[in-house]
Design a binder for this molecule. Structure first.
Ligand code: HEC
Length: 291
C-alpha cells in the first residue's frame, strides 16, 4: 500500500517537473523570439533647431527626461538599475562610450522609437514617452550628452532576462520599448518657456504620467493618484516636494524623493507653478464630471 502511494507521488512529482520544464522551454523560445524581433522603422532627419533657448537647455532637459541622473547616471556612465538573477539584470549602459558610434539619425530612432542600430528593440527605456521629444529638445539633449567627457565602462550594459523575466516577457508582462510607441499619435508640442499653463500640462502628461499613469490616477501597487496634490498640498508644500523630495508632513518617500532630487528639481519655478495648477484643475474637472 505504502509502496503504491509512494509510486503515485513519484509519478506526480515527475509529471510536475516535466511540465515545469516544458513551460520553461516554451518561455525561453517565445521570449527569444521577442528579444530578436526587428523593427522596420525609417530614420527621420532632425530639423535644425532655431530655438536657441531650447538648444542651450540640454543638460536640464537630459535630467528631466531621465537620460542622465535617473537611469544612465549623473555623468552618463550608466547605473545598475536592477539585479535579481531569477528575474534579470537591468544595467543602463555607459552612453558616453556608446554615443560616438551612433549617428544623430540612429540616435533619433533609438530614443524616440526604441530601435537599436541592429534593428532590435531596447527594453526598459520609456520610448512611449521619449517619442514626445520634439526636434529641438532632442537635438539639445544629444548635443549635451555628446559633450560629456568619455568615461570608462564600469560594466557591460544592457538588459538580460532570467527565467522568471523570460516568462513575463513570453506572457506579455514586459514589452519591448519599440512596441510602446504609437507612431501615429501626434507629438506633444513643447510650450513656449513663458506659457505657464502649457508647461504644467506638458510635464504632467510626460514626466509624471511615466509613473503615475496616463490619467495621473496612480498605478496599482506602485504610485498614488496625483489627486493628493489637489486635496492636500498647498502650492508651497508642492514646491518643497518638487525641489527636495520632502513630502507633506516632512516625510521622506522612496522612489519619489529620489526622482525629485535627481530629476524634478530641474523644473523651473514657473513649470512647478504650472504643474500645480494643472493637477488641481485636472482633478477638479474630473470630480465635477463624476458627480
Ligand atoms: C519614476 C517614477 C515617478 C515619477 C516620474 C514621478 N513619481 Fe510621484 N511618486 C512615485 C512613487 C513610487 C510614489 C509613492 C511614494 C514612493 O514610494 O516614493 C510617488 C508619490 C508621489 C506623491 C505623493 C506624495 C505623498 O504625499 O505621499 C506626489 C504628490 C507625487 N508623487 C507627485 C509627482 C509629480 C507631480 C510628478 C511629475 C512632475 C511625479 N510624481 C513623477 C513615483 C514617481
Amino acid at each position: 500500500m505504502l509502496r503504491r502511494v509512494l509510486k503515485g507521488l513519484a509519478i506526480g512529482l515527475a509529471a510536475i517537473l516535466v511540465l515545469a520544464l516544458v513551460a520553461l522551454v516554451f518561455a525561453y523560445v517565445a521570449s527569444s523570439r521577442i528579444i530578436d524581433r526587428t523593427y522596420d522603422v525609417p530614420f527621420a532627419v532632425l530639423a535644425t533647431p532655431s530655438d536657441s533657448a531650447v538648444l542651450a537647455d540640454g543638460q536640464r532637459l537630459a535630467s528631466l527626461w531621465g537620460c542622465l541622473a535617473g537611469c544612465h547616471g549623473e555623468d552618463g556612465a550608466g547605473t545598475l538599475m536592477f539585479e535579481e538573477p531569477l528575474v534579470g539584470w537591468i544595467r543602463a549602459p555607459n552612453i558616453t562610450s556608446i554615443l560616438p558610434d551612433y549617428t544623430d539619425e540612429e540616435l533619433e530612432r533609438l530614443i524616440r522609437r526604441g530601435v537599436k542600430q541592429d534593428g532590435r528593440s531596447v527594453f526598459v527605456m520609456p520610448s512611449g514617452l521619449l517619442y514626445h521629444l520634439d526636434d529641438a529638445q532632442l537635438t539639445s539633449i544629444i548635443a549635451h550628452v555628446r559633450s560629456l567627457p568619455k568615461k570608462k565602462d564600469r560594466f557591460k550594459g544592457g538588459v538580460k532576462f532570467g527565467p522568471l523575466g523570460r516568462v513575463f516577457l513570453a506572457i506579455g508582462q514586459f514589452q519591448p520599448s519599440a512596441e510602446e510607441v504609437d507612431p501615429d499619435s501626434p507629438r506633444r508640442a513643447y510650450p513656449d518657456p513663458t506659457d505657464e499653463a502649457g508647461l504644467g500640462e506638458f510635464w504632467a502628461t510626460t514626466a509624471c504620467s511615466e509613473c503615475h499613469g496616463e490619467d495621473l490616477s496612480g498605478e496599482d501597487g506602485f504610485t498614488p493618484s496625483l489627486e493628493v496634490v489637489a486635496t492636500s498640498y498647498t502650492p508651497a508644500d508642492f514646491r518643497l516636494l518638487m525641489r527636495t523630495g520632502i513630502a507633506l508632513g516632512g516625510r521622506q518617500l522612496d522612489l519619489m524623493s529620489e526622482v525629485a532630487r535627481d530629476n524634478l528639481r530641474h523644473l523651473t519655478p514657473r513649470e512647478v507653478a504650472g504643474l500645480y495648477d494643472y493637477l488641481t484643475g485636472h482633478f477638479a474637472a474630473n470630480s465635477a464630471t463624476d458627480e
